[in-house]
Design a protein around this ligand. Structure first.
Ligand SMILES: [Zn+2]
Length: 433
C-alpha cells in the first residue's frame, strides 16, 4: 500500500491527537488575533490553555449565519472573516449561495497550497497516480471543488485535461480521442455521461476510465457501485465544503472515508445538543476545524453534514479516524443534479410573484439515471387558458433564476393537490424511496 505522506498517514493515534490539539491552540490564537469574527467569538477564552478534547467544548461553534454578518464589514468583500492583509489574497472563491447570500472565500497563495496538499491526500488515497490522464468534465467557475482537484492532480503528477467548454457528447468523444483513464465527476453527471454514451452506441466501459473520484453530492453506495459497473472502474467518494475544504476521502478499501489528519480536527457531535462526541456507528453532525489555513480561519465550523462515525482502523494501514457514511444535511436541503436546493426558495418565489397559485408541490425523482424536479402548481379557477399558459412560462423562468434548476412545471386542475393545516409536506424527494 502506498501513501502520499507515509509519515503523517501512519502516525500513532496518540501522536495525531497531540499534534491536532497543538495545531488547534495555534490556529485559535492566530484567529483571535487576526480575524474580527474570532476577536468577538473568543473573547474571554484563552486558546493556549486548551489541553484536551473536552476543553474544545468551551469554544462556541462557528455558524454560517454569523459568517454572513461579519462578511458585511470592511474590507470588501471578505470583511471580518479575512485574517491576512487583503493584498496577500491571490484567489477568490465562493459558496453557491443557494441557501442565502454566498460566502466569499479569500485564499492567499500559502492557503491555496494548503488546500491543494489536502486534495493530494484525497487523490492519492483513491489511487490516482502519474500514469493517469484525468478528464474533468466541468467548467469550474468561481466554485472551489474542481479547482482544487485540478491543482492537486498536477501536484500528484497526473495529466489533467479540462473538459469544461464542451457538451456531454463532446466530452465523451474527447475522452475517447485522448484516451483519458481517470475522471472526476458528480455522481449524477457520471450516470448521465454513461447514459448519453449508450445512446451514441458507446459502451461506457469502453471509454477506458480506470478511476473516478466523485464530489458535489452525497453518493449512496448503490450509486457508487452502479457507476463501477457501468464504467468497469473504481469509484471513490469524499466529503468537504467550500468553507472548511475537503476533509475526508475514501481509500482503496472503500470502507468509509478517512479524515485527512492532522490537517483537520473533526468532531462528530450528537444532533440534539451538539455537545457529546458520538460513538462508532452513531449518526452525528460533523464539526470541522481546518488546522493550517490562515487566510480564512474557521474554528469548530458547524458543517451541518450528518455523518455516521466510522472505525478507527483500516486494512490500508492508515491510522486516521474514519467517517462511515454521509447521511445528508441537518436542514431540509437537497442536492439536485449537483446543485444545492432548498424548497424554501421555491416557496419564496411563489409567495412573492405568483399570487394566482393556490397550492403547489415539489417532487424530485430519478428518471432513468437523471434527477428530475417537478413543480405541480394549482391555479385560481378564474384564470383563462392563456393566462395559465403565461403563468407556466413565467414560473419556469423565475424558478430557473432563483434556483439554477430547470423545473418541469405541471399545471394542475383546481382542488387536486392535498391541503395541509398543520405542517405542510410540499416537498417530496422520491429518490430516497
Ligand atoms: Zn483505509
Amino acid at each position: 500500500m502506498q501513501y502520499w505522506n507515509p509519515y503523517l498517514e501512519t502516525l500513532p493515534r496518540e501522536s495525531l491527537n497531540q499534534i491536532e490539539l497543538s495545531y488547534f491552540r495555534k490556529i485559535s490564537s492566530y484567529a483571535k488575533e487576526h480575524s474580527r469574527l474570532y476577536q468577538d467569538k473568543l473573547k474571554g477564552i484563552e486558546p493556549e490553555r486548551i489541553r484536551t478534547f473536552d476543553d474544545l467544548k468551551k469554544i462556541p461553534l462557528t455558524e454560517k449565519e454569523e459568517m454572513r454578518k461579519y462578511q458585511e464589514m470592511e474590507p470588501f468583500p471578505y470583511g471580518g472573516l479575512l485574517a491576512r492583509n487583503i493584498e496577500e489574497v491571490t484567489t477568490f472563491r465562493q459558496t453557491s449561495g443557494t441557501t442565502g447570500k454566498p460566502i466569499y472565500v479569500p485564499e492567499t497563495y500559502e492557503s491555496w497550497q494548503w488546500r491543494t496538499e489536502v486534495w493530494c491526500h484525497i487523490l492519492y488515497m483513491a489511487g490516482f497516480r502519474p500514469r493517469h490522464r484525468v478528464f474533468l468534465p466541468f467548467g469550474y467557475n468561481v466554485y472551489v471543488a474542481f479547482w482544487e482537484a485540478h491543482f492537486a492532480s498536477e501536484k500528484v503528477g497526473c495529466e489533467l485535461v479540462p473538459g469544461g467548454a464542451l457538451d456531454t457528447k463532446g466530452r465523451i468523444h474527447k475522452i475517447l480521442e485522448i484516451r483519458a483513464n481517470g475522471m472526476m465527476n458528480t455522481p449524477t453527471y457520471g450516470l448521465h455521461i454513461a447514459e448519453e454514451a449508450k445512446s451514441l452506441g458507446i459502451d461506457p466501459a469502453s471509454l477506458g476510465i480506470e478511476r473516478m473520484l466523485c464530489a458535489g453530492e452525497p453518493m449512496p453506495s448503490a450509486t457508487r457501485k452502479r457507476l463501477e459497473e457501468l464504467y468497469h472502474c473504481h469509484v471513490f467518494d469524499h466529503i468537504g465544503g467550500t468553507e472548511p475544504c475537503a476533509w475526508a476521502g475514501m481509500c482503496e478499501a472503500k470502507d468509509g472515508m478517512h479524515i485527512i489528519e492532522p490537517f483537520f480536527l473533526v468532531e462528530v457531535l450528537d444532533r440534539e445538543t451538539l455537545q457529546r462526541e458520538v460513538e462508532e456507528g452513531e449518526i452525528g453532525v460533523a464539526v470541522v476545524t481546518p488546522l493550517g489555513r490562515r487566510s480564512f480561519p474557521l474554528i469548530r465550523f458547524n458543517t451541518k453534514d450528518l455523518v455516521i462515525k466510522g472505525k478507527n482502523s483500516c486494512s490500508c494501514g492508515r491510522t486516521s479516524k474514519k467517517i462511515q457514511e454521509v447521511v445528508g444535511r441537518t436542514d431540509d436541503l437537497r442536492k439536485v443534479r449537483g446543485v444545492l436546493f432548498s424548497p424554501k426558495t421555491v416557496e419564496e418565489v411563489l409567495r412573492k410573484d405568483f399570487k394566482e397559485i393556490e397550492e403547489f408541490e415539489i417532487v424530485v425523482e430519478r428518471r432513468g439515471l437523471m434527477d428530475v424536479i417537478l413543480l405541480r402548481a394549482e391555479v385560481n379557477p378564474s384564470l383563462t387558458v392563456s393566462a395559465i399558459d403565461q403563468t407556466k412560462a413565467r414560473l419556469h423562468e423565475n424558478l430557473k433564476i432563483a434556483t439554477n434548476l430547470t423545473f418541469n412545471v405541471i399545471m394542475e386542475p383546481p382542488g387536486s393537490l392535498p391541503r395541509y393545516t398543520l405542517k405542510a409536506k410540499r416537498f417530496k424527494d422520491l429518490r430516497e424511496a
